[in-house]
Ligand binder design. Sequence first.
Ligand code: ATP
Ligand code: MG
Length: 380
Amino acid sequence: MRVLVYGAGQLAQMMYLEGAPLGIEVQAVNVKDDSVVHPVSKRPLEQSLVQAIESADALTVEFEHVPERLLEQAAKSDKLMPSMDAIMVGADRVREKHLLEKFEVANCPYQIVTQIDQLDACIEALGDKLIIKASRDGYDGYGQWRLKSVDELQAIKQELAGLDLETVPLVVEKMLNFERELSLIGVRSKKGEIKIYPLAENLHHKGQLHVSVAPATQLSEPLVEQAETIFRTLADGMNYVGVLAVEMFQCQDKLLVNELAPRVHNSGHWSLSGAHTSQFENHLRALVGLPLGDTAAILPSAMVNVIGCSAFSRDLLSIPGCDLHWYGKSVREKRKMGHINLTATSYHELGDKLHKLMSYVPTEYFPELEKEAYRLRSYK
Ligand code: ATP
Ligand code: MG
């Protein structure tokens, strides 16, 4: 069986590695030049894109910003999963907001801005602490501006003056004071079967995910039910096939959806070590029509992103229950280079291991580690 993935980064690589034992061959498309490449070596394969589409059993994406002409070509084959509509929802915050409204899923209060002067009305409606997001092509905090008080309004207006807001509107959100960020990763099969991973708790720094802990601590039953209802509503509503990630903010007992990712997601990487079936394997299983695998957590897990650095002691592998996943990219500021998974028998022990990890890595690149190690160690 063969699956063609649009995008040739780490997510395609991990799908390849998880597909191999099942006899599922994963190929990747470099969307910059339409070449078909090996997802690990990135070497071109001797196949045109048209041939690769023909010979694949399923087509999928590793990121939502795939050029529309490629998505249209993929959709014509009737093998694209999730659907082009679902992918476009993930790529466009305006569509995303409309979808959430259509299914009456709670989300962050917002306004859509197509002319810069509408920002004044946003302040009136939402207050003067705002997060301004380009509706397309943003990720890892790129394409975002924060307004912390009305005094900054003029400066922000000037900064945004060059943008073509008629073509790419802004989604302006109220800056929420949430308790924490959670995400739910689930998978839906062609027949509509759904399996859901435990909620992950995500720590961001400057708009970028640094650490996920799964299962999240302090999960009440109503909270889990709320999250699972949101997932089922969206996945069933879109007739979705594959893995879908839902990023949420917890505000007291209420969950507000922040964004959707129509693909495997960074906050689900823990499942490579902490669940029986990883999100990558489950995505492939859904696409090729195999039974979905167990999504329960075997042990408490932490996933630590390695961002913007490659120089650290590989002796971190001496920590029991520690796995390193390296993406083989050249170093760039803010670039995700790899991730480290840790599993432990308790949250307390997981905290100890995170603390131990700090002695192997340059901690300035891991700003969330110490706090999280300390927090987890407070559990018995
Ligand atoms: P991703 O890498 O997840 O695709 P992104 O750049 O697309 O990120 P968001 O997930 O919308 O953008 O925002 C990044 C982070 O910024 C969030 O995880 C959260 O920490 C913070 N953030 C976003 N929206 C809000 C908000 N309305 N209030 C407070 N913080 C927010
Ligand atoms: Mg996000």
